[in-house]
Design a binder for this molecule. Structure first.
Ligand code: ADP
Ligand code: ADP
Length: 233
């Protein structure tokens, strides 16, 4: 079963001679419980791809199905709800709230959805990312790698259908980067999560099951379980 499918998705920005075709007839599917890396040169459409797939941006044409929910044609309000309830986001810059504890950052999506916080669910996601001991700390008291693991816990707390990660290791040194990648790998293998990650880093992409290459808004190739040396942009 597919967590998400794109059918002939195109995205055009601007109009007239300023028109840019950021995505050009992309068809792709991501099975549940798989880890996919998206690579490609700057301007190839990676962010547009991730943003359309995650319902942050709307394609100009084509269909996007998140499980059996069609994203295309939904209102902004509906897309906000789908993102909040079904998609977890991890960003390069962590995007944690400095004033909140680890536990309160992690449970923020639950509270935004006006749901009660389940203490067992909180304990289990904190344990999954190895931060049970740090639940009452503030982000400034943690390393970059630990902060990114808080962001991953926050992305998981609503048991999303899809986790979207945009350059999750971009701000980390190689040691912390490796720990974050191992964690993303583990949430796929142990929790059955589906992860879609945009990255420039071949070492990061080598953790994925599949590496998808974009060039000029088109799918330009795919590698399955590649070694880092096989991945070049
Ligand atoms: P990447 O993430 O691979 O660098 P992007 O998806 O950001 O690529 O961009 C793909 C193309 O779309 C580029 O030519 C970029 O300039 C253009 N583009 C992206 N966002 C916008 C926008 N909001 N308005 C106009 N053009 C855009
Ligand atoms: P960029 O790719 O330009 O560096 P980001 O990856 O930080 O930007 O964010 C991409 C988009 O996602 C932005 O429009 C931002 O407002 C939005 N965004 C950031 N965090 C969330 C979130 N938790 N839920 C929904 N949208 C978000």
């Amino acid at each position: 079963a597919y967590a998400v499918r794109l059918e002939s998705v195109s995205k055009v920005y601007g109009s007239g001679k300023n028109q840019v075709r950021a995505l050009d007839d992309v068809t792709a599917g991501f099975r549940r419980g798989t880890f996919t890396a998206v690579m490609g040169p700057s301007g190839s459409g990676k962010s547009t791809f991730l943003n359309c797939t995650a319902g942050l941006d709307r394609p100009t044409s084509g269909r996007i199905m998140l499980g059996d929910v069609e994203l295309s044609g939904r209102s902004e309000t509906e897309l906000t709800e789908v993102r909040r309830d079904r998609i977890g986001f991890v960003f390069q810059a962590y995007n944690l709230l400095a004033a909140l504890t680890v536990a309160d950052n992690v449970t923020l999506p639950v509270r935004l959805a006006e749901q009660p916080v389940d203490p067992e669910r909180l304990s289990s996601v904190l344990a999954a990312v190895g931060l049970s001991e740090h639940r009452d700390r503030r982000p400034s008291q943690l390393s970059g790698g630990q902060q990114q693991r808080v962001a991953i816990a926050r992305a998981l707390v609503n048991q999303p259908d899809l986790v979207c990660a945009d350059e999750p290791t971009g701000a980390l040194d190689s040691h912390n980067g490796r720990k974050v990648l191992a964690l993303l790998r583990r949430i796929v293998d142990d929790l059955g999560q589906t992860v879609l990650m945009v990255t420039h880093d071949p070492v990061a992409a080598a953790q994925a099951d599949t590496v998808m290459f974009l060039a000029d808004g088109r799918l330009a190739g795919e590698l399955t379980r590649p070694a880092a040396e096989q991945i070049a942009e």
